[in-house]
Design a binder for this molecule. Structure first.
Ligand code: FNR
Length: 184
């Protein structure tokens, strides 16, 4: 049986380089690993405890929780916005962190990678994503990292799936995540 990895992308724009990174991970997934790019984060409302109750739970949030819970591991792709994690990804983590102690992230292996325009490739945002996922109960792989700087220039003409250095880095992270996902 294959290991199922759910990919969440913290940028909603159509031309997102982080989305392209996720596409590269899907395309180059090792045998026995199934990576699914999650569609629908834009539809998930801002987290609100008033609607996180039976009868009021938004369908988009419920679907995110169910899909994450059914996955063996999560791979988060994050750009950096103003030195930290984009709201869309933080919102997804918040929804997956509840019910407290029993959220979809509890015990789930999680790795965070990404690319950003700046010279550090969004490390602040990716560190924050690791921190938030860990506090939400995930089993975060702190040594499975990939931060690619200068996104706009680096991927101006070449899709990440065709960049051998990027594919090598992604494959390393996916293998680490797969081992953790198979053992979880
Ligand atoms: C940015 N960008 C950015 N880059 C960076 O390295 N550090 C930062 O703090 C920020 N801050 C920031 C804030 C906002 C609101 C935007 C829209 C952008 C630039 C960002 O890295 C660039 O737009 C990436 O290309 C975004 O990732 P996607 O959309 O290509 O996946």
């Amino acid at each position: 049986m294959s290991v199922r990895i759910l990919a969440l992308v913290g940028s909603l724009r159509a031309g997102s380089h982080n989305r392209q990174l996720a596409e590269a991970a899907v395309k180059h997934a090792p045998e026995g690993v199934e990576i699914t790019l999650y569609e629908g984060l834009a539809e998930v409302p801002f987290y609100n405890e008033d609607i996180d109750v039976e009868g009021a739970l938004p369908e988009a949030a419920a679907r995110l929780r169910t899909t994450a819970a059914a996955s063996d591991a999560l791979l988060l792709f994050s750009p950096e916005y103003n030195g930290t994690i984009p709201a869309v990804l933080k919102n997804a983590i918040d929804w997956m962190s509840r019910p407290y102690g029993a959220g979809a992230l509890v015990g789930k292996p999680v790795a965070v990678v990404g690319t950003s325009l700046g010279q550090y490739g969004g490390v602040w945002a990716q560190d924050e994503a690791r921190k938030a996922a860990g506090i939400a109960g995930a089993s975060v792989l702190d040594d499975a990292k990939l931060s690619i700087p200068g996104s706009v220039n680096r991927f101006a003409d070449a899709h990440p799936a065709d960049d051998s250095e990027v594919v090598e880095g992604l494959t390393r992270v996916v293998r680490q995540l797969t081992e953790a996902g198979a053992a979880a």
